[in-house]
Design a protein around this ligand. Structure first.
Ligand SMILES: Cc1ncc(COP(=O)(O)O)c(C=O)c1O
Length: 454
């Protein structure tokens, strides 16, 4: 098949096309800004339209956890489509793949999280969690208990509701369901904790939650939503013990805890789910997507507690929520094959070694002149660049530091994701030790080179 695209010599698409890109400067793209056209992939490497091989340092979009082109997953999708291409999970219809995947996910999720609702994106998984909790509170005769507490720096998706829960910077110039949401302080100690010890900073964060509940009234707040490690807000790791302390305050005020594990689940931090196994919290709801199918099919899950399910499934009500493709057979088959592969190869366990090596390799870049903070855990890492290490003075948006470094890394064979002054790395979980070394070398050379030009 040939694509009618206008390629430049370095593997980029320069023509205006009919496709609207996501989270992009559409005007810059109209002015023929470069596009990279990825045409093939294998393992941890992708190939662009010019034949360049690039280490996929962002795992597609933190999602290709099992690696590219795994035949077990592809065959499972193929076989499923041959058997049953589509049936919905509306009314009393169901099909074996969706039911089996729900069973499997419930068995992997911690504690009382036993009921699973599928959708097609992390954004909708989070919308679903909020809609379910609103209905839950209506059924309990608490129609005012609807507000959501989120955090500055969070990313929860880009539907009207999930972008409202996302950090305000992401809706600049765009509307959202902002009346529903209050943003608590960012838990980023390195940037926000000036003058405080980490323990004092943690106390201040918990106090912010307590005061907010006092001001807004627990009777008006349905839930607190938090990523175990913030992702697209800049890979921010909260102080040790933060999630447990926040969960305790929520529980004491009858506020549900939603853990957004769209990125952190399915092995990225060395466990199928991070909430309990890494952070010691059993939430009331876990939302997940991405690694659930390793990106082979669009699928998300909202996993709720027995208690929430008991209320919303009681007599005299209807579950008025549904997406045609919820639990799509091909997506469910992808999820089942992906999890089977992860269990067979002990991928989460492997990440505890290789992911730690990856983390330490990136932490080793801290000595570089413009590297302010290297943060994250295992295969979920961010590097923040600063103009001045001692004052932590930021580069200006015009410096385009993240983009410059990402482009220079790509020229050396590594895809990394720029986010302002931050570079995000979230590779496949099958990255080898040799590839980890390569990533470290490319980043060191690239950062040093770009630093010398500014
Ligand atoms: C933590 C988190 N939640 C939700 C989402 C939204 O998921 P999706 O893009 O599938 O809608 C993302 C996407 O990156 C995410 O990182």
């Amino acid at each position: 098949m040939t694509l009618d695209l206008d390629m430049s010599t370095d593997g980029v698409l320069t023509a205006d096309t009919h496709l609207i890109q996501s989270f992009a400067d559409l005007n810059a793209l109209k002015q023929n800004d470069a596009r990279t056209v990825i045409v093939g992939a294998e393992g941890s490497v992708v190939r662009d339209s010019e034949g360049n091989e690039l280490i996929d340092g962002i795992g597609g979009l933190w999602c290709v956890n099992a690696g590219h082109r795994r035949k077990e997953i592809i065959e499972a999708i193929h076989n499923q489509l041959n058997e049953l291409d589509f049936y919905s999970t509306f009314y009393n219809f169901t099909h074996p793949a969706a039911a089996a995947l729900a069973d499997k996910v419930a068995s992997l999720a911690p504690g009382h999280l036993n009921k699973v609702y599928f959708a097609n994106s992390g954004s909708v998984a989070n919308d679903t969690a909020v809609r379910m909790l609103h209905h839950y509170n209506n059924r309990l005769g608490r129609p005012n208990k609807k507000k959501i507490l989120s955090r500055v720096g969070a990313y929860h998706g880009s539907t009207h509701l999930s972008i409202a829960m996302t950090t305000p910077a992401y809706s600049d110039g765009w509307d959202s369901a902002s009346d529903l949401v209050h943003h608590l302080k960012s838990p980023h100690y390195w940037r926000e904790g000036d003058g405080m010890s980490e323990a004092e900073f943690l106390d201040a964060l918990v106090e912010d939650l307590r005061l907010t509940i006092e001001q807004m009234g627990a009777e008006n707040i349905a839930a607190f939503i938090a990523e175990p490690i913030m992702g697209a807000g800049g890979v921010i790791v909260a102080p040790q013990g933060y999630h447990k302390r926040m969960a305790e305050v929520c529980a004491a005020n009858d506020i549900k805890y939603i853990s957004d594990e769209v990125v952190t689940a399915f092995g990225r931090l060395g466990h199928f789910f991070a909430s309990k196994d890494v952070f010691g919290v059993t939430p009331d709801i876990i939302t997940t997507a991405k690694g659930l199918t390793s990106g082979y099919q669009p699928m998300s899950a909202t996993i709720i507690s027995d208690e929430i399910h008991d209320v919303i499934s009681g007599p005299g009500g209807m579950f008025l929520h549904g997406m045609t493709y919820s639990g799509h057979p091909a997506a469910a088959a992808a999820g089942l094959a992906n999890i089977a592969l992860m269990e067979r190869d002990k991928l989460p366990e492997q990440v505890r070694t290789t992911g730690k090596l990856f983390e330490n390799t990136l932490r080793g870049l801290s000595d570089l002149e413009i590297v302010g903070e290297v943060r994250g855990s295992h295969f979920m890492m961010g590097i923040e660049f600063v103009k001045d290490k001692t004052t932590k003075a930021s580069f200006t948006p015009e410096d385009n530091i993240g983009l410059k470094i990402a482009r220079a890394a790509q020229a050396r064979g590594l895809i990394a994701r720029p986010l302002g002054n931050i570079l995000i790395l979230s590779p496949t979980l099958i990255l080898t030790e040799a590839q980890i070394g390569q990533v470290g070398d490319i980043l060191r050379e690239t950062i040093t080179e770009v630093a010398s030009t500014i």
